[in-house]
Design a protein around this ligand. Structure first.
Ligand code: HEM
Ligand code: HEM
Length: 282
């Protein structure tokens, strides 16, 4: 999910809530004899509000697994997740009076902050992975999409070359010398087509953008003029392939990121439960 105008209402409401919470917190913290504590009525209310915000954010996971329109759109929940999740931060700090407390509370706080920070990082990652990564799609689906995209690039490249030649694959035994007319096809088969495979050889000369640019410039000079537009197209297809390599890398980072954010958010809910029970009953 990208942050766009659809977030305006959420953003304004969240800022409003934080403003109200701050308006309550400042006079309360200033007037309380021992400063703000989780034990006071207002402190407790902040703790409860912060926990509700956390639980609301966590409900995204449940919403994603229940297929029903009645529960609101996924996009509504994704926005709510982000904004309400962020609002929980000041609420929790107001609850604890900006202290980290004893061992259990410290653990809970660090878990909480890691969830928030990983969430923010994940959100940033979603902004820099443009095409595939709008939601945390299962890894398998992403690779299937990637394969489809790579195959369609290869098809487009084959079609380009076939617009100048009758066939892609020549019988090498019959073929002695490489004529200038054959040059583009030979280059295509040896370098471009191998670069358009699912698994790219990391030593491929087209891997590096600058190097590829130089190679294509040389190619354009060595082929008949009528083939130049084809070489230009092939170059742009290779550039797209390079983009996909970058996206694939980002997918892996994205996947790694959810391995931090999601399990820790579950631990956070459990730690919170333990904290509530411990601080209220003991
Ligand atoms: C329903 C929710 C919650 C309730 C009822 C609650 C209750 C309390 C209470 C009674 C205290 C005071 C304990 C004492 O002074 O001995 C406290 C302290 C504290 N709570 Fe919570 N809490 C809640 C949620 C949370 C959450 C979600 C976090 C963090 C993610 C949190 C972090 C802390 C911290 C760090 C302190 C220690 C502050 C200090 O050192 O004075 N609490 N909480
Ligand atoms: C206490 C607060 C939070 C909790 C408990 C929490 C929990 C979760 C959970 C359980 C998921 C997995 C949903 C699923 O796919 O099943 C998730 C996803 C995600 N969270 Fe959080 N989160 C919190 C705060 C945040 C914050 C503050 C941000 C960003 C600023 C954030 C960003 C994300 C993103 C980008 C995803 C992936 C959503 C998608 O595209 O599918 N989270 N979070």
């Amino acid at each position: 999910m990208l942050i766009n105008r659809g977030h305006a209402a959420w953003c304004v409401t969240s800022l409003g809530l934080v403003a109200v919470a701050t308006g309550v917190y400042v006079p309360y913290a200033n007037s309380a004899v021992y400063g703000a504590t989780g034990n006071s009525i207002i402190g407790l209310l902040f703790g409860i509000a912060g926990t509700i915000a956390m639980i609301f954010a966590g409900l995204l996971a449940a919403r994603k697994r229940i297929v029903s329109r009645k529960l609101g759109s996924i996009s509504w929940w994704l926005k709510g997740h982000l904004w309400v999740g962020l609002v929980s931060v000041p609420l929790i700090f107001f609850h604890s009076g900006f202290r980290f407390g004893g061992l259990l509370e410290q653990l809970t706080m660090w878990c909480f902050l890691t969830v928030i920070i990983s969430g923010v990082i994940g959100q940033i990652l979603q902004h820099v992975t443009p095409r595939f990564m709008k939601t945390a799609t299962p890894q398998q689906a992403i690779f299937e999409q990637l394969e489809v995209a790579i195959n369609s690039l290869k098809k487009a490249a084959d079609a380009q070359v076939l617009s100048a030649y009758d066939t892609l694959f020549v019988d090498v035994q019959d073929d002695g010398e490489e004529s200038p007319d054959d040059f583009l096809r030979a280059f295509y088969l040896r370098h471009v087509r191998t670069f358009l495979q699912i698994e790219v050889d990391p030593d491929s000369s087209l891997f590096n953008a600058t190097q590829a640019e130089g190679i294509f410039a040389t190619i354009r000079e060595g082929i008949p003029r009528k083939m130049v537009p084809i070489a230009v197209e092939l170059e742009s297809i290779c550039n797209e392939r390079r983009q996909l390599i970058l996206q694939n890398k980002l997918q892996w980072i994205m996947h790694g990121w959810t391995l931090i954010h999601i399990p820790l958010s579950m631990s956070l809910l459990i730690l919170t439960l333990v904290h509530v029970v411990m601080s209220l009953y003991f």
